[in-house]
Design a binder for this molecule. Structure first.
Ligand code: NAI
Length: 304
């Protein structure tokens, strides 16, 4: 599988998962725009060093890449990131929306600034860069978009109402992009990764962080970004060498006669709530800890 002749944009590629995605794509022939604002984990600050370093790594390994330091949080940033790809390489085929920050705080204590920037980087960021790339992909009748959600968005997580809302918003965006992109050969999928990075270094035990290398997430990006993969609109949980599709499911439901009231709903609430899952194969995941637990179980990791 290679990306010869393809141009990829990876946002937030100056470190962590984005760096790993960019290195993989470049190692197989993609020309890559390495975007990174170069700030800190909470989104403050900026700098060119992070993106430059990854570009150097790619070039040193014989690949082609250019750096871009714009923020995905602004419309102009999205436009200028895509313009970098057009200026340097003349097209854009693959877009990995990966940039992210954290401003964790309990819902009760959340201040507007903690909500606004998290929404702007993750959710608006996905819109800004994709909106600028979309006309190029439509014109080329080809595109591979991969967005980055989180178990926190899919399942909720204490102290992350801002981040969860932004991340699940990206799932909605992805599913609609998949529908609107279909007739233009544009696919859109979304991954919920778990990986050791500066984002998670202080929230997981070292033994677990060791196996959760970002390099174990990137092969899924590589496949979804490939020409041969036409899957679209899907969500995947991925980490440590485990990959599973996550689906939004609906139960068999209950029906009511006209004029029914809340008591009738109460009477059938068990029936409403039941989601019979296929042949005991699929199962619910309740929370990020359980998402991580499934990875640990699948990989047979034991803790001393
Ligand atoms: P990271 O902090 O190493 O990477 C995020 C990168 O985005 C940083 O290099 C940062 O400088 C860049 N960035 C931040 N704001 C930006 C902006 N406005 N414009 C451009 N670049 C910006 O963290 P990690 O773990 O690699 O995160 C990558 C993505 O994966 C994020 O979207 C994160 O929310 C998501 N994720 C990560 C998980 C994990 O376990 N590491 C779990 C679930 C989701």
């Amino acid at each position: 599988m290679d990306y010869d002749g393809r141009v990829a944009i990876v946002t937030g590629a100056g470190g962590g998962l984005g760096r790993s995605h960019a290195l993989l794509l470049a190692s197989r022939g993609a020309k890559v725009v390495v975007n990174d604002l170069g700030g800190s984990r909470d989104g403050s600050g900026a700098g060119s060093e992070m993106a430059d370093q990854v570009v150097q790594e790619i070039v040193a390994a014989g690949g082609e890449a250019v750096a871009n330091y714009d923020s995905v949080a602004e419309w102009e940033g999205g436009e200028s990131i895509v313009q970098s790809a057009i200026d340097a390489f003349g097209r854009v085929d693959i877009l990995v929306n990966n940039a992210g920050i954290l401003r964790d705080v309990s819902f009760a204590k959340m201040e507007p600034a903690q909500l606004d920037l998290v929404l702007k980087v993750h959710l608006y960021g996905g819109f800004h860069v994709t909106k600028a790339a979309w006309p190029h992909m439509r014109e080329a009748n080809y595109g591979r978009i991969i967005n980055t959600t989180s178990g926190s968005g899919l399942y909720g997580n204490f102290g992350q109402s801002n981040y969860s809302a932004a991340k699940l918003g990206l799932v909605g965006l992805t599913r609609t992009l998949a529908i609107e992109g279909q007739k233009y050969g544009i696919t859109a999928n979304v991954i919920a990764p778990i990986a050791a990075s500066r984002m998670t270094e202080d929230v997981m035990p070292p033994q677990l962080l060791e196996v959760l290398e970002p390099e174990n997430v990137s092969p899924l990006i590589g496949y979804l970004a490939s020409e041969g993969c036409t899957e679209t609109g899907k969500i995947y949980s991925v980490g440590g060498g485990y990959i599973a599709r996550v689906a939004i499911v609906e139960g068999t439901g209950a029906t009511f006669e006209d004029g029914f009231g809340p008591e009738d709903v109460a009477a059938k609430f068990d029936e409403i709530s039941t989601v019979p899952l296929g042949e005991g194969n699929a199962e619910f995941t309740n929370g990020v800890m359980e998402q991580t637990g499934k990875i640990v179980t699948a990989l047979g990791i034991t803790f001393d």
